[in-house]
Design a protein around this ligand. Structure first.
Ligand code: ADP
Ligand code: MG
Length: 321
């Protein structure tokens, strides 16, 4: 199969057909019509086999996750998904793999009405790079820099499942079949919190998606906003699997393992009623975990109110390991 047959067979047909795509896949470039009065939000993320997903990951899950991590960035900005491009590098023209990969990719694209409008297909070590485009009304974007002392800090969903799955795959921890299946699903098929991001416009003062671990990503919000914060370990939302193994893993799996793809955001006390109204549209739970303080740095307090010292704080591709 050559490059053009791959594109025609696996990427040309899709169920999302948006009115704002003037010219999609097939020409030298796509032509797109952003709605009048909207700002364009653009983000890109690459997945490399062995770095971002284990080599044994199902191809449909790779397709899902490649788009999910990008949609998660749009969610964190409060943007409405519209278009994406796909730069795919493949070691060979494996039709079984391509069929499953494109199914996983397009199932998620369909769920969020985001249309594939172009890309590039090359031969080499497996790598998937996606660029997403979305819209926000002017001034409505959820940036990292808006947190203020007194704001409460919240997270969507539950933390640490993906980290527990990775620990199990590395054989650092033993899980039952059903526990492994549950956390593996969270590692392989994260659900981007797009609805929550949209509902948080005008409510959250700052927002980020948790890709590198809560400590590291909340740390980015604190640095951008020039504030400090306090979070309380007993408030962190955990799945039964993570809670059961907490004594073995310690809190570092929850605070620093990453790959959660939940949103962490801040809300001033006066907007709590607005948050309660918005939360009904999230499609997932939301939990308060602490408070923004003046000063700098993140204080993590255990059940007795004593400071907890994390061993590692987040994933850094170039950091010492
Ligand atoms: P060019 O040589 O002009 O760069 P290509 O042959 O790379 O064009 O691509 C032809 C068309 O197919 C373009 O519209 C391009 O955006 C699209 N395309 C290529 N690879 C992909 C892909 N993996 N997914 C979606 N569209 C793709
Ligand atoms: Mg090209």
């Amino acid at each position: 199969m050559n490059e053009f047959e791959i594109i025609r067979t696996y990427f040309l047909r899709q169920s999302v057909a948006r009115d704002d795509v003037v010219l999609g896949i097939g020409d030298d470039a796509a032509v797109l019509a952003p709605p009048p009065g909207r700002q364009l939000v653009v983000s890109t993320d690459t997945l490399i086999e062995g770095v971002h997903f284990p080599a044994a990951t199902e191809p449909a899950a790779i397709g899902h996750k490649a788009l999910a991590v990008n949609l998660s960035d749009l969610a964190a900005m409060g943007a409405e998904p519209a278009w994406f491009t796909l730069n795919l590098t493949l070691p060979r023209d494996d039709e079984g793999w391509l069929g499953e990969f494109s199914r996983g990719l397009f199932d998620l694209a369909c769920a969020h009405r985001i249309q594939l409008v172009g890309g590039d297909t090359t031969c080499g070590p497996l790598s998937i790079s996606i660029t997403v485009h979305g819209f926000v009304p002017p001034g409505a974007v959820l940036a990292r820099a808006g947190a203020r002392p007194g704001d409460r800090i919240y997270v969507t969903g539950e933390l640490g499942d993906a980290g527990l799955a990775l620990a199990a795959l590395r054989r650092e921890i033993a899980l039952s079949q059903s526990q492994l299946a549950a956390v593996r699903e969270r590692l392989d098929r994260p659900q981007p919190r797009v609805a929550a991001g949209l509902a948080l416009r005008g409510v959250a003062t700052a927002c980020i998606d948790i890709s590198d671990g809560l400590m590291a990503d909340l740390g980015h919000v604190l640095a951008a906003s020039r504030v400090g914060a306090r979070i309380e370990l007993p408030l962190l939302p955990l799945s039964p699997a993570v809670r059961t193994h907490l004594a073995q893993t310690g809190w570092d799996t929850v605070l620093g393992a990453g790959d959660d793809y939940e949103l962490c955001f801040t809300v001033p006390p006066g907007r709590e009623p607005a948050l309660r109204a918005a939360a009904s549209r999230f499609g997932c739970p939301v939990s308060p975990i602490g408070e923004i303080e003046s000063g700098s740095g993140l204080r993590v307090l255990d059940a007795s109110g004593a400071p907890y010292r994390p061993v590692r704080s987040g994933y850094d591709h170039f950091g010492a390991r």
